[in-house]
Design a protein around this ligand. Structure first.
Ligand code: FES
Length: 555
């Protein structure tokens, strides 16, 4: 084994040395999947779920700054990393008694009405014991007030995946080098283009006053740098991610997305499991099976399993369970199995495993489209909203372009969509073969699946929104009480208001509401997407404000 040669930092008071450019989670996961978190209301143990900086399974406190994602943060020499949201420790959290005491959920809206004089005390106690960690220390907040850099560019590309890179390379070749942003810390260079790594960006409301650069975006670069980007065109290439799924005890450590399984085992690291059940039947499930081979103990799918996945699984001797319901997980601090049931049949079976990898469908990262005011359309096949873009990537908002899987372009079409947008932006021409996208009228197997699953007996918690510990029962109760539409149910229950900003809970919550309300998901609506796209320290945003004001053209 190669000895680590990176910086030395402190994790829960003990010194650790990392490999160079390795995140906190990369280092910890070498010893197995760590349970870093406790959930905000019931203090249930939580482990990394997505591995790509979008969930709440790996939050830690770094140098007094709360809720830093361990899967995104590369530690520096001397950093102090603590776990949070548990007392006295993440392994033995006395507050986990909430999970047993409040069997029907904590009703913070109506709880403890009588005797009335105790209501304020109840609210104070619940607020003190719930939530995510402590506010930042004065020292960590002060460290973020740095002057932002300002970039004015003709074209900004958000996302350096396959389509973003293809667009950037074509633009460089056409003599219009773009500025490219990506949230990841490690992305190969794009010769000729400026690449801002570890950077997330969000649209500023309104149009910029800078001539020729109508779009203004605020970017935040970890660990403490701001950037103000002014651009004439913004190409959104934010990609897609593996979706979550609702079932009993769906939040237990060991349940992870395909992204998580891939991310935690990148760069030759062993996967953080010995035997995983894979849920899914498409190209993503096949990629997981091919990557992990003998460490996959079964493939379970909600529908039929296509021949290419059957072949990949059979080559590795992996049993297949097509047309099955995923009913629940077994185990508390780490799953030891999953319970499935063949659809249309009452008999259940338990499959032993220490991980469940969700690879059943991919969803677009579409927050920037919503923020920009682009027209969106619901696609039943994947259960998500996509921008309604032309074949060249143009949305209905002049200057905002959609490419790659965020725009619904399917796998092999992804780089092609990048080249098309570059061509449209530079007045060139590329051969316009039809672009394969997610179809508007795809089969909606998921809806039928959920209709059947919702009839299953419920013995444990079904967590509809893991970030906020919102239960399926609470959503159903809200619907019975007459609340209709996802925006209203969000306000009433808190679903979709957590740190993942609805990425993992809202698509399925929309389907569930559509079933409960008896109308199509497109009529159930969507929540308002407010900036930022990813959680950003308030101090960093505040530090950017003077720069916005002082660099406004005057006169
Ligand atoms: S595992 Fe780090 S945010 Fe999901």
């Amino acid at each position: 084994m190669v000895e680590p040669s990176g910086p030395r930092y402190w994790f829960e008071g003990r010194a650790r040395t990392t490999h160079l450019d390795e995140t906190i989670l990369d280092g910890l996961a070498r010893e197995g999947l760590p349970n870093l978190q406790r959930s905000p209301r019931y203090h249930r143990p939580r482990a990394p779920f997505c591995g790509i900086g979008q969930c709440t399974g790996c939050l830690v406190r770094v140098n007094g700054r709360p809720n830093v994602r361990a899967c995104r943060y590369v530690p520096s020499e001397g950093d102090r990393v603590e776990t949070e949201n548990a007392w006295p420790s993440r392994r033995f959290d006395l507050l986990a008694s909430f999970d047993f005491v409040f069997r029907n959920g904590i009703d913070t809206l109506h709880g403890f009405r009588k005797p009335a004089f105790l209501t304020p005390l109840f609210h104070r106690v619940v607020r003190r014991l719930a939530g995510y960690g402590e506010p930042p220390s004065a020292e960590s907040a002060a460290g973020l007030t740095v002057a932002p850099e300002i970039r004015t560019t003709e074209i900004a590309i958000v996302g350096a995946g396959r389509s973003g890179r293809a667009a950037a390379a074509a633009l460089v070749a056409a003599g219009v080098p773009p500025v490219v942003l990506d949230r990841r810390a490690e992305v190969p260079e794009i010769p000729g283009a400026e690449l801002l790594l570890s950077t997330t960006a969000t649209f500023l409301p309104g149009r910029s006053a800078t001539p020729g650069a109508p779009f203004e975006m605020l970017g935040y670069t970890e660990p403490a740098k701001g950037v103000l980007i002014r651009a004439q065109h913004v190409v959104v290439a934010t990609g897609s991610y593996d979706a979550s799924l609702l079932f009993e005890s769906n939040d237990r450590p060991g349940v992870m997305t395909g992204d998580g399984a891939m991310a935690l085992s990148r760069a030759g690291r062993p996967p953080p499991f010995r035997r995983a059940v894979v849920f899914g039947a498409g190209s993503r499930a096949r990629a997981i099976v091919e990557r992990f081979g003998d460490q996959v103990s079964a493939v379970v799918a909600l529908g039929e399993i296509p021949p290419e996945v059957v072949r990949a699984a059979s080559d590795a001797g992996i049993p297949l369970y097509p047309r099955s319901l995923l009913c629940s997980t077994v185990g508390r601090s780490r799953i030891s199995g999953v319970v499935i049931r063949s659809r249309g049949d009452r008999a259940r079976a338990t499959l032993e495993c220490d991980a469940l990898v969700l690879a059943h469908r991919r969803l677009p990262n579409g927050q920037l489209f919503f923020q920009a005011g682009a027209r969106m359309g619901w696609r039943g096949g994947t259960g998500a909203y996509y921008p309604l873009a032309g074949d060249d990537g143009a949305t209905n908002v002049p200057g905002v372009w959609a490419i790659g899987s965020a725009s619904g372009a399917l796998g092999p079409a992804s780089p092609g969509s990048g080249e098309r947008v570059a061509s449209a932006l530079t007045g060139g021409s590329v051969p316009m073969s039809p672009l394969e996208r997610v179809r508007p009228d795809g089969p909606n197997e998921l809806e039928g699946y959920y209709r059947e699953l919702l009839r299953e007996p419920r013995n444990g918690r079904w967590i509809a929104c893991p970030c906020e510990d919102v239960l399926l029962d609470e959503i159903e109760a809200a619907t019975r009480a007459g609340y209709r539409g996802v925006e209203v149910v969000k306000r009433y229950t808190g679903v979709g208001t957590g740190l993942c900003q609805g990425r993992y809970c809202l698509p399925d919550a929309l389907l569930l509401l559509s079933i409960a309300e008896g109308r199509p998901p497109s009529e159930v609506g969507y929540i308002t997407q407010r900036p930022p796209v990813h959680p950003t320290p308030m101090a960093a945003l505040a530090a950017l404000c003077p720069a916005v004001v002082s660099s406004e053209p005057t006169g």
